[in-house]
Write a protein that binds this ligand. Sequence first.
Ligand SMILES: [Zn+2]
Length: 677
Amino acid sequence: MRKLFLLLSFLGASCPAFPAETPLTSLPYTPGLDVSAMDKSADPCADFYRFACGGWMKNNPIPPDESRWSVYGKLAWENQRFLWGILDGLAKSSAGRSAAQQKIGDYFAACMDEAAVEKSGGRPLKPQLDRIFRMKSKRDLPAVLAALHLETGAGGLFFRFGSNQDLADSTSVIAFAESGGLGLPDRDFYTKEDAKSKELRARYAAHVARMFGLLGDPSNAARREAAKVMEIETRLARASLTRTQRRDPYQLFHKTDAKGLKALTPGFDWDVYLKTAGLSRLNVFNVTEPEFFKELDRQLRSLAFADIKTYLRWHAAHTSAPFLSSAFVNEDFDFFGRTLYGIPELKPRWKRCVALVDAQLGEALGEEFVSRAFSPELKRKTLHMTSQIEQAMHDELVNLDWMSAATKQRALEKLHAIVNKIGYPDKWRDYGSVDIRRDEFAGNVARANLFESRRRLAKIGKPLDRGEWNMTPPTVNAYYDPQMNDINFAAGVLQPPLYDPKMDDAPNYGNTGGTIGHELTHGFDDHGRQFDAQGNLKDWWTEKDASEFNDRAQCIVDQYAQYTIVDDIRINSRLTEGEDIADLGGLVLAWMAWKAETAGAPSRDGLTPEQRFFVGYAQWACENHRPEDLRARALTDAHSPGKYRVNGLVVNMPEFEQAFSCKAGQPMVRENRCRVW
Ligand SMILES: [Zn+2]
């Protein structure tokens, strides 16, 4: 899922290549296989990505308020414009609105009232700054931190605290204490020693100093304060696991009782923290990274009290900046948009406001989206495709030659236990207790954060809600959750051009079928395979089968490690391993399901059905990037760039070689093919 700040911090202005944006009353149609997106002058056996996506890349320059542009991104933008139309209507007229419609309509109205937001300047931040200012000693930290965590919902203040399923018992929801405390998007930004990383850190520190300037600090003091923030965050970053290490669930599983938690951080009064968060009497915790909390304890002891306050002030300002006046918004964008991701312009206000309603009241907005844009017919068709892909996986498992009968049995149990969630939740979230006012934007943000923080914490010790979604319905994305053992396809991703009911089967199976297969395969990638049918972290593999799996996965890791992302940066294929395995496994399953469903389909647009399957697959991944975006994603994104999600995959499928009559020795023909599933 995308980070909130990414959703918040961009904007477009008028530029001839990018016409003025308007709200949409219906979703535009783009065909599931778009011949104009292809570059038929390219040789599919030399560079299939260019063949399938060359036209798209040429015709779709990156808008000035985006760091990248893609088929997914463009569809998300269309969904946003459609939501804009809905919200505009609900904001303008209060007649006959339901309680949920009042909330999203008034939230949007308050967010769009730029004059009022401008007039309030940095004042909405004052209650938080006052709370920090009034601290008398380090003893006041736990209570202040708990309040700030609840109000901001952010993990930027020293650590994260929330709830999740117990990794050993997926039916039980327990408290999670996790690493956090950073301003930059990943710990690696603090530790890498190359020239570009050093320059980025210098510019980050300058940004932090300017934010202190906006809080009224003189420039000398602001620079000293920024240096202190850098020092604290760097120490926290060094004590945090890398993203690759975090892919090992055992490294993130350290269950302890209250006594154990206190022993890790004797300098921090957890009783006060938990009481302030409304969580007295908790006695089961997962401390995901104990070493991080030991370092946190060392820091809290050794830091001067004034420096702790400095650090808190920075994070309070950083978290709230997008909701304050333009001075804060622009400074925040200047670093987190322009410098970090190379984006020239801030997103227009409507886009930031739609994204915020989606982030904070997403299911109320999603209900409006679904009633207009997701028909029962579409749900039925995509559900049918899902069961066919599952059948393909069943057949695949039964016929697998490298797995013992015992492990196969467990794998089939897991496959059949997977729950398919399509489009939207059966039961909509009730935002009844969130007070949304038409004239108080920042207040609405804080109250919605508080609602969400409390909602998450309230799950601790309660029966698990298996119907819950971690993605809002308009989102153009899907996910597999290993602890729920479910696959989730938001309504936003089941639209043309990704799923096109008007199109022939081949591109639909290549595209959406491939995505369904991808999510299903996540249950059996290097990470997902460690969870059983019940969603518990439990090894159900024989030693030999596990080693057979690892050999096959290693082939993928070695293959993707060869690909260059930008400059001299290669794919960190230990990080992208699960996604790369899911891409390949997913398309193999989609192919099987398509072949079982369809026989003797006609050629169209000069392409055979088999070619249409592969072009349909590739065209979900057409994209353009800014180099800054590629550099940042090389550290943070578990997905390989689109080009390799296509070319790196088809080289492993003999069906592709056959479909395009490629010859040995051509770039899209690999001698030693990888195949996991
Ligand atoms: Zn994935």
